[in-house]
Each structure stands twice: as structure tokens, then as C-alpha cells.
Design a binder for this molecule. Sequence first.
Ligand SMILES: *Cc1c(COP(=O)(O)O)cnc(C)c1O
Length: 397
Amino acid sequence: MGDIEEQSSHTPGDWGFETRAVHAGQDPDAASGAVVTPITLSTTFAQDGVGNHKGFEYSRSGNPTRAALEACVASLEQARHGFAFASGLAAEDNVLRVLHQGDRILLGNDAYGGTFRLISKVWEPLGFPWSAVDLTDVDALAADWPADTKMVWLETPTNPLLTCIDIEAIAELAHARGAIVVVDNTFATPYLQQPLTLGADIVVHSATKYLGGHSDVVGGFVALNDDTLADRIRFTQNAAGAIAAPFDCYLVLRGVKTLAVRMERHCANARAVVDLLLGHPAVDRVLYPQLPDHPGHRAAAKQMRDFGGMVSFTLRDGYGRSAEANALEVVRHTEIFTLAESLGAVESLIEHPGQMTHASAAGSPLQVPAALVRLSVGIESAADLVADLAQALDRLR
Ligand SMILES: *Cc1c(COP(=O)(O)O)cnc(C)c1O
């Protein structure tokens, strides 16, 4: 399953991104003419004779709704193969299974907390060494490259500091040293950045975020071109069984149809919010890849279509409080921005990474600043979002 050329006649390579988002892998249903991909709940599929079936036998191994999603998102990532999983972390866990015991993983030092936990608490005890490294400095990395490295795991933009990594430069270095490159493309989405076209070997997603886009489904995705690695992932997807359920696949497919238009609004609203933050006296630093002084602005400008919907900022000490206390005050007092973990959906969210999403990284090289606030800027009216943040910041006085 998951090979786009096998799934559908409806995926010509010359269609634009938006057309593929709506149609790739999603021919009208042959039996009924249904325009929307049906949710196929059947766990088993009839065979005319032993081994003679219509491409599906048992729903863990392959399911028509999942196959549609796999073909669609693979097509958006310019990938030959796509695999849908029960969560982003399930997808990551399956990708790590291409390694052999003793293979080292280099993890960007500003990674999603759950990825850090998976690698350090699940995989390291099984005999997989890893190091947290600064992926922004390619020369330093080349000079200090651990010889047993077999995989570089990078996010760009990173979570939550929104650092951007030059995928092409890292891929060139890693390939010269015999390692593969995995890019977590959750923050950028294939609309803004397509890592496989920049030399990455594997793309992973938390489909829970922008792909789903509506905060109502947990899912994960793996996209890649290499046939041998794809065989391995297809095998572990079935053998370990962390598949995406048919209803979840339907929800992600539905979300992906509007990915392009949502991303455009996320980016435009993020810019409006950044303008407010840059001018506010309570704010210390604004982290957004479009800002020329932002670490990795050059990488972002080179490889992204636009700069995304995530914005982070730090507060200053002042008004009788520490910077961290000011950050905690701001996240409590927004009305439209909901205080919650997660990101990438239509509604705006605000959170304190140090005590929420990145609490598990405390004391590690991936610890985040205590005064940091992260925004997932939604698709509401820009003026309302700006006014909401302004009133929360003004309350600090
Ligand atoms: C949320 C997230 C994940 C994990 O995905 P789940 O769907 O929550 O398992 C991985 N990477 C990034 C960048 C994320 O934001």
C-alpha cells in the first residue's frame, strides 16, 4: 500500500499542489460514484480465490481510506511512498526501526520534546546512541562528526525556537559520511517546504497539526522515495501495527484539501502578530523566521515558500515580576488565543513551552528559555488576534 503509482489514476505529476491536495489518491468511488473517499471500516476483504483480491486483504496491512491518504500526502511531499500512522510519534518510531543496534542518531538540539523522549528514553536503552547537536553550524558539525552516526534527525523550523536548518547542506554532509537525513516537516508542511526535493531521505509528520488542521485527529505520516527504505517501513507499519484508523485517515484527508489556503492565512496572520510583538515594550525577543536577524533566516528564505504560522517570543523582566512570571501572566490572559498544547489548527493557541510542551526537556540540552511563549497563529481575523495579544500584554503594566 502507499505507492502512489499503484493507488490511483488521479495523480498526474503535472497537477499543481492545490489540485493534488484535493484530488490525489481520491478518484470518485468506483462502486458508488461517491465524490468523497468513503470511510472503509471493514477489517477484511473478500477474495475471489486464494490470494486473488482487489488489493486489500486485512485492514492493518492495507485499507482503502488509508491508501487514499497515503497517496495524497506522498504526492504533496513529491514522494513515491507514503505511510499513515496512529500518531506522529508512531511514525517516528517506525522510522527509527530502519536503524541497527549501535547506530548513532544526531538530533538537532532544539527538537520536539516527544522526539527527544522517544530517542533518549525508549531507543537509547535499546542500544542506540544519540547526541544533541547544533545543526545550524554545518562546519562545526563536519569537524566534530561522530563516526558511528547513521541518521540525522532535524526539524526546520524547530519547535519552539523556530530555528531554521539548511536541509540541503545537512543532507550533503550526512550523505558524504554515510548517514541518512530525516526531516520532521510538521511545522512547515509540504505547502511551505518539500525536504525530499532538497536531499532529505525521509519526511515525518505529526498529522495532528497542520495536515489535519482542525484539532480533532491524532495522526502521523512518513514520506520517502527510496524503495529499499520504503520496503522496510511498509514492513514495520504492518508488523508492528501502529496504523492510522480509517476514520482518522478520512479526517486528515479532509484537512489536507484546504492545506494551501489555510497555510496562506496562517502566514499572513503570523506576520500581523509579529508586527505587534516587535513594537511592544514588554516583549524581549521575537522569534519568527522572516525576521532578518532570526537564526536561520537565510535557510528559511532559501527553502521555504513562506515563513509559517508559528511565532515565539520572550518577555522581559519588569512590572515587579520576573520574565518567566510575565510569560505566565500573558498566557493566562488571552481570550481568543486558547491556552493549550498542540499547534497547527484553525484556532489560535498560546502556551508556555518550559512548563507545558517542553517540560520533559528540563535539565537537558533541549531545555527552553523560561520566559518563552509560543503561539500557534490560527486563521481568525488578524485584527482580533492582534487586539487580543495587545490586551494581554498591556495587562502586565
Ligand atoms: C506534535 C509533534 C510531534 C508528535 O506528533 P503526535 O501526533 O503528537 O504523536 C512530532 N513532531 C513535531 C514537530 C510535533 O509538533
